[in-house]
Every structure is written in structure tokens, then in C-alpha cells.
Design a protein. Sequence first.
Length: 393
Amino acid sequence: MSNSPFPLVTIITPSFNQGKFIQETIDSVLQQDYRHIEHIVVDGGSTDNTLSILQRNAQADSRLRYISEPDRGQSHAINKGLAMAQGEIIGWLNSDDTYLPGAIRKAVEALRLHPEWGMVHGHCHVTNEVNSIISPFPTEKADAQKLYNTCCICQPAAFIRRHVFEQMGGVDENLHFCMDYELWMRVAKQHIIGNIPEYVANARLHGDCKSATKWQSVGIPEVLKSLAKHYGSIPFSWVAYASQYQGQGVYTLINKLKTASAHQLPRVVTMNRSLDLWVPPIFRVQIASEPHTPAQLFVIKGRLPAPPDQKSPLTLTALINGHPYKAFPIDQASFQLQIPLDPTKASNVVDIAASRMLSPAALRLGTMQTAGFMAEEVIPLSREEAIVFRAFS
């Protein structure tokens, strides 16, 4: 930070159709007692009254500037704002959140007093649609270990040195929900995160915000993948928190991870499974993956009409790229196979050979005359997906 007693602070506000709240957000920034600020609003092409509000405020106060154009979502908007920023300290305030009086001054004072801190965060209220306090956000001084177990930083209460933000490469534009939490994980690996033991912001919770509408479908899967990526495991605290997925099964969670991901994850290209899920005595699956998300594990959830008896045992032998891997004795009607894949290959071929055959047609359970078993789930996993799978299995 420069030797100036009043370094420039940039507040970045991503926005899209938040005309209902954005005036309150702007007021909470421009009415701060710390005056040396710039407020950059990056609007995604709003169709409500947001633009008229921005125009009016920009004319009244030159510290506010804005752009309005289609973007690729909130993360992209934040990075666009970072590229425009001139301040030494960056705050990121969403267009429905607000600062409390004195917030920016307290952040500047803390970072000037502690040059070893890469970022700082304070306490935060969770508020309702009319910005009345509901509860405190559970906050504590953050470090890499604490962030492994919980997100103890409330995003609107955080301020980061610009050179640290730029060193991190901004926020991950592949994330649409937990881009803040994932950023804190990266910062904590390389920098000290300081804490202001005072309330500095309000995080508004209302019917249209992502925290209310997309936490389960997008938020939790992104959190689990980010933890797997940066820590190599999922802590019990998050496994317990996401336990609603266990009621639906780990396969439901994995499929949600794949749906929520912006990356091209390992995928099945071809397989000889029939539409009724039965597979022939030699079940072949071809799996493709990309260099940045190589395939690490192949999982099959299988089922038989009844458990094999001792007179007619069943063994499934797996071959990976033509090489024998393992023989799996099957003694239950429902079973699971976990087969490691070669992460150096863009394409893996797995063959599963059954030691005996069934006739779904004769059993009136399908149309195939000869089959090995029923493959209910056939899922190739990346490293991060495999970590999540094992944690929830």
C-alpha cells in the first residue's frame, strides 16, 4: 500500500435487474465517511429501472461510474470491474447488499495498521428484503484451516488489496455461486486474512437472491468441488451440512456436480447398455476426458433380480484399456464397482465381463435374451468428483 493516509478504495458492484435495491447499495457506498473512493457498477444489461438510477447517481457524484452490457454472469462482471479499478483496496458489494457507516474507513485503517494482511473482513448482518436484521452471519478470523471447515467470511464485509486480488487472477468465472468462498480459499493459502471485530455490512436475503433460489442446486455442488480441488478432501462439517443429498443418494449428488460444472468433465462417449439398463455379458464403456479434468475413477451401480446363490456364483472381471484389472465376486442383488482409470489418457475403455448370463426376456424383466446385469448408474469421475463421491459413500 502507498504511504498515502487516504489510499483510493474501489468498490465493485455487479448488477442485473436490481433496481429495487441498488439505490440503497449506492447510498451506502457514497455516504461513507471515508471519501477517497470510486464506485464501479458493472451492469449486465438490465431491463428494469437500474440504468436510470445509475445515470442519475453518476451525474450527481463523479465517484460513481458504470458500464451496462451483456456479460457472462456475476463472476465475469466482478473481473471486469477489477480490470477497471484504480484503487489500492477492493471491496465487492453486490447490488442488494449494503455497507454500514464507517465500513470503508475501518477496512483502510486495519490494512494500514497491518501491512502483512492480504485482505480483511468484518462482521456482517443477514437482513431481510427491507434490510431489517434477521441474524448475524457466523464469522470468525479466517485462515486456511477454518475455511476448510466453513465459510467464515461474509462476502460484503471483505476488503482485499488489489495486488492480491490480481495475483489470484480475480474470481473463477466457472463458478456461479461460491466464487467468493473459493477466492478466500486461494487467498488464505498465500496471505494472512485479518479481521475487524465490528459489524461493517448487511447481506440481504430475499426471495430472488441466489442464496434463496440456488443454494442447494448450484451452491452446495460448487462448494464441494472447490473444497476437493483446493484441499483434496471434504470435511465432515460439509458432509453433514449437505446430508440432504445422502437421502437421495450419492449418485444424485454426483450428477448435480456434473450439471453445475462449467468444465467439460469426464463423460461416457459410447456404451452397449440397452435402454432398459441391461448390459450384455461383456459390457464395454468408452470414456473421454479433457487434460484439465482427467478421468480418475469409473463407478458402476449394478443390480440383479436376486442375489446370486452358491450354486450359480457371479464374478465380474474388469479390464482397463485391454489389461485385466480385477475380478469382483458379486454376492448381493445391488452392488457397486469402483475402477481406477488412467488420468494420462484422453480416452479410456473399460470392459466388464460376466462369468454367467441371465435372460431378462425369459424373466420378463427386459427385452435382451442374454445379459450380465443391470447397470443403473455408469459414471466416470474426475479427481475432485472422486473425492466427493468417496466422502459421501
